[in-house]
Design a protein around this ligand. Structure first.
Ligand code: MN
Length: 488
């Protein structure tokens, strides 16, 4: 369990049934929170903040939640019948992600002993409806999860929502370092950075490539040696061009220095803007990505920020995520798939085996041959996620895919790659993604699901389109048309 984030569990009640009942409510809530904290399905601390009954108490607690930086969300539950007008001010002011759980301390109705006292104390079915009405009336964004609190199925859903909430809280702190501008003439990597900071919290600023080149020149021998040791431990050297690897090591050290100094979570570069650099960062960007930083090639700051956020959301999960690009179709009948890769920059976090370091010419950009990691990606169910700028608003697109092992080796392909089948089938999947305006760049995650991303988008207040097994183009057109009305 990580200490970086905690969730505040706030239980509503009232004084109508006397102090004895309030004590029992607090006792039940505490037992529940303790058990949640022991559960592996709940990845973050479930912090019981007490039973609340008055407007003043609720307002002050929820304002405190807003101002507590490691509080990533508020989770409410109404144990008794709890009038909710006292929640109006507090909920109206609440800016943290909000989850309303509806459950009950006792699993079963004690048929033989149930009386009015028992029923008054344990009436979540009643209290949660009052609370639900108030939130609906306030148009308050929230997640609702119903289930019995001892069941793992409910705990897993709470755990999943916690990851979405963390993504939302983290998003509001994201800082992206842009080294140079976007690739010339590319439309999809453009965007409104002011709107992005307003809607998503991302602070995106550029830094001269010349300044970066100067930091690269000043990298010390000691640091270079320890970075080379790190590479030797993690990767297989499949080249005699050690000089090229050393240059990538210097690039990575310089990047780390600038990232740490500026408190950045993600960065971008462009092969068209390398100024005094001898190589495009390849191995350097790949190794940095695997440490949880976001990366966007060709100045793609949106994908860079998204990768950092998805990295934070999936902390503790092991299958990995990466920046990726749709590259080439395979239209063999009944075995259709898409080959994803990039010029260089795919994260070794998704490698199926120990990656090899190789050096090959890039072919574009006019610089020296860069060292890069070459590997095949993992297989299994995954999602591709992107965020596009629709002009005045953002759209997230999530595509369910099945990552597969390519049937053949590709001995002449000098880059890391992944292969996947888009849902529901290659043609509907392509048509859907392209109709939505989905980018060629995206983030592939084997850990997160569409549900994580949908809840994240809902908290952020942006549109989210989910392309999945059930998707049809007719239905998608309707969803997009409705989205244009809602989010314009
Ligand atoms: Mn690209």
């Amino acid at each position: 369990m990580s200490n970086k984030y905690e969730f505040w569990f706030v239980v509503g009640s009232q004084h109508l049934y006397g102090p004895k009942v309030l004590k029992e409510v607090a006792n039940h809530s505490k037992i529940m929170a303790d058990e949640f904290n022991k559960s592996l399905s709940i990845p973050y601390h479930f912090y019981f903040k007490g039973v609340v009954t008055s407007t003043e108490e609720i307002t002050s607690l929820l304002l405190k939640a807003n101002n507590t930086s490691n509080c990533a969300g508020v989770i409410t539950w109404m144990h008794t019948f709890s009038p909710s007008k006292m929640w109006i001010r507090g909920l109206d002011l609440l800016t943290k992600p909000y989850l309303h759980i509806t459950t009950q301390f006792n699993r079963k109705i004690p048929y033989d002993s149930i009386d009015m006292n028992f029923m008054n104390t344990n009436q979540s079915a009643h209290g949660d409806r009052e609370h639900g009405f108030l939130s609906a009336r306030l148009r308050k964004k929230r997640k609702i999860i119903s289930g019995y609190w001892e069941d793992d199925s409910m705990r897993l859903r709470i755990g999943d929502w916690m990851r979405s909430a963390i993504g939302a809280v983290f998003s509001k702190q994201v800082k992206v370092m842009r080294l140079g501008d976007n690739m010339r003439y590319v439309a999809v990597t453009e965007g409104d950075k002011i709107q992005a900071e307003k809607d998503l919290g991302w602070s995106v600023n550029s830094y001269g490539v010349g300044g970066f080149a100067n930091v690269v020149k000043k990298v010390s021998i000691d640091k270079l040696e320890s970075k080379m040791e790190e590479y030797k431990e993690k990767y297989l050297f499949d080249t005699t061009n050690i000089k090229s690897i050393e240059y990538q090591a210097k690039l990575e050290i310089a990047l780390e220095e600038m990232i740490n100094e500026g408190g950045f979570h993600a960065y971008t570069n462009s092969f068209e803007d390398l100024y005094e650099l001898e190589q495009l960062p390849g191995l350097a960007s790949q190794n940095i990505m695997s440490k949880g930083y976001g990366f966007g090639a060709e100045g793609d700051w949106k994908t860079a920020a998204l990768e950092a956020i998805m990295g934070e959301m999936s902390k503790g999960l092991k299958k990995g995520l990466s920046f990726i690009e749709d590259y080439t179709y395979h239209f063999e009948k009944d075995n259709e798939a898409i080959l994803g890769a990039h010029m260089l920059e795919v994260s070794p976090a998704i490698a199926v085996d120990k990656p090899k370091i190789q050096v090959h010419d890039l072919g574009i950009g006019g610089k020296n041959a860069p060292a890069r990691l070459v590997f095949k990606a993992k297989t299994g169910s995954a999602i591709l996620v992107t965020i596009i700028d629709m002009g005045g608003r953002f759209r997230m697109i999530v595509h369910d895919v099945m990552a597969i092992e390519p049937k053949h080796d590709m001995p002449n392909l000098p880059v890391a790659c992944a292969m996947w089948k888009p849902m529901p089938d290659i043609n509907t999947g392509n048509e859907a993604w392209i109709r939505c305006g989905g980018t060629h760049h995206s983030v592939i995650s084997y850990d997160l699901t569409a549900q994580h991303m949908k809840d994240f988008a809902e908290i952020m207040g942006i549109e989210c389109i989910h392309i999945n097994k059930q998707t049809t183009i007719d239905e998608l057109k309707r969803i997009l048309a409705i989205g244009d009305l809602i989010y314009k």
